[in-house]
Design a protein around this ligand. Structure first.
Ligand code: FES
Ligand code: FES
Length: 165
């Protein structure tokens, strides 16, 4: 029976070793902010952090997780949605349907933890998550706001075309 540290709490989970972490998070632990999209490590809807690195939990078997590894889900990113990425997302209303957004936020938070002032190229390379609603312009703008590269409402933050994207 693996023991997993998720958002700072220890959970004994009773699953087969090849169970994807995503299903443990959602079904065993009951944290449903992490989403199932493609199931084959392509879309990023299931992104969580493993020891601070973004990983696609649909493709990570629990047997690959070691004792002492730290898993963070969107619910554990902050207690009150006060992480700079969450605040930037809210400030410019990034989500449309919202389905992909917890994965996007986890990817952005991992990027900023490594690179506090990312360029557009850094963001495009790090953020390979798919958004079927096409919120990519707002995602990029929000990452810049979270990084302090631009301010909410500044001309650089979003063009009018981007606001409508
Ligand atoms: S559900 Fe995991 S990458 Fe799509
Ligand atoms: S906001 Fe709808 S899929 Fe991204």
């Amino acid at each position: 029976m693996p023991q997993l540290n998720i958002n700072g709490r220890s959970h004994d989970v009773n699953v087969e070793p090849d169970t994807p972490l995503l299903w443990v998070i959602r079904e065993q632990v009951g944290l449903t902010g992490t989403k199932y999209g493609c199931g084959v490590a392509q879309c990023g809807a299931c992104s969580v952090h493993l020891n601070g690195e973004v990983v696609r939990s649909c493709a990570l078997q629990v047997s690959a997780i070691k004792a002492g590894d730290r898993i963070t889900t969107i619910e554990g990113l902050s207690k009150d949605s006060s992480h700079p990425v969450q605040k930037a997302w809210a400030a410019i209303d990034v989500p449309q349907c919202g389905y992909c957004q917890s994965g996007q936020i986890m990817a952005a938070a991992a990027l900023l933890a490594k690179k506090s002032k990312p360029t557009d190229k850094d963001i495009d390379e790090a953020m390979s998550n798919i958004c079927r609603c096409g919120t990519y312009h707002r995602i990029r703008a929000a990452v810049h706001i979270a990084a302090g590269n631009t301010k909410v409402g500044s001309a650089d933050a979003l063009t009018s075309d981007q606001q409508n994207a």
